[in-house]
Design a protein around this ligand. Sequence first.
Ligand code: MN
Length: 425
Amino acid sequence: MIIGKDIIDQYNKAGIENFNSDFDFLQNKLTRSGANVSEIVNKIADFQVAIPSWALGAGGTRFGRFSYGGEPAALEQKLDDVGLLHALTHSAGAVSLHIPWDIPSDVSALKESAKSHGLVFDAMNSNTFQDQPGAQKSYKFGSLNSVNEDSRAYAVEHNKEVIRIGKELDSKSLTVWLADGASFPGQLNFQTALSNTEKSLKEIYADMPEDWKLFIEYKPYEPNFYSTTIQDWGTSFMLANACGERAFTLVDLGHHLPNTNIEQIVATLMYKGKLGGFHFNDSKYGDDDLTVGSIKPYALFLIFNELVYGIENNKNNPYPAWMIDASHNIKDPLEDLLQSLEAILIAYAQALLVDQKALKTAQLNNDVVGAQDILQNTYRTDVRPLLQAARLQTGAALDPIAAYRNLKVRETLISERGWAKASGL
Ligand SMILES: [Mn+2]
């Protein structure tokens, strides 16, 4: 299924009058307070978030998985789904592949398909957290950190293969997330595990083309429940520094213990020019991978406030690679991703509206009440008409979820692909 611009334009007609009235109201209000509304709308229109190939079908838990009708069965269909999201929002202009789940059989055909949807290939993801059918070495007791030299070499070689495939697709970065760790005290020597990981990552880093970046993700626990070798931002930061200047830390919102101050981690990493990538999701308890902004929207805003500050003030930090890393267990995966994109852009728009000059003055005067008011007044502004203006400008849908339902996208996918999940997710 392909949603053409003419269909979206036609659909938008019904909502244009309400939009104009909502936008005029907000524009007047924001202009009065000194905001440059058209500049902000342009920034929202430019903001692109990568969709990972594994988020397009129903996820699951360790207890089970409930399939969703019309799920993509092959890589080409996954690209088509991201294309649908991009047509509706014009903010999902990149796809992030996972090897070996997404090994392309025909690279040039895949690149052609991506181009037709207006998509680029973002960071490549390696997988050393499970053994593949026919694997010659096992990762059961670790991959890059393994005490077994053969398993380490096997895992390093896999990452090199991911780089090779990524090069063919014009990707420019590799994300490494490791499940490596221990489930019981005494199982691993912490220092040996860390040293092996560092050596392995340096080998992978040395294999990357000059214009590639390495993103090192961290996570405190799960699947190992006693220790994880790259457990926190500090360990990732240390390893990135050990690898070199094109290695960076990647922050995944769900990879923190409860109540961690993630906005402060973001600020610290950007201050040192080491925040490379960012994975969006939300959680109540652990790495729940829920829809972005569904549980802690204010925390998301505070994080974006630091991201925007860092983008504007820390020129030593590269522009971060954005990706949604969520799992949809009961919702329509595409509707869930549309909700996540909306939440991301709302937080981004609000962060762009923070009066940084007034905030700095309040901070210099130790005006605690004033500083809090500046942030909360912005957070309490309904910025959705700005998102709609950006979408109208780029030919996307005024209300992507309503358009998705109105155009019967899921029903069409089910009729095209059927109910049964074939493979590949
Ligand atoms: Mn992640």
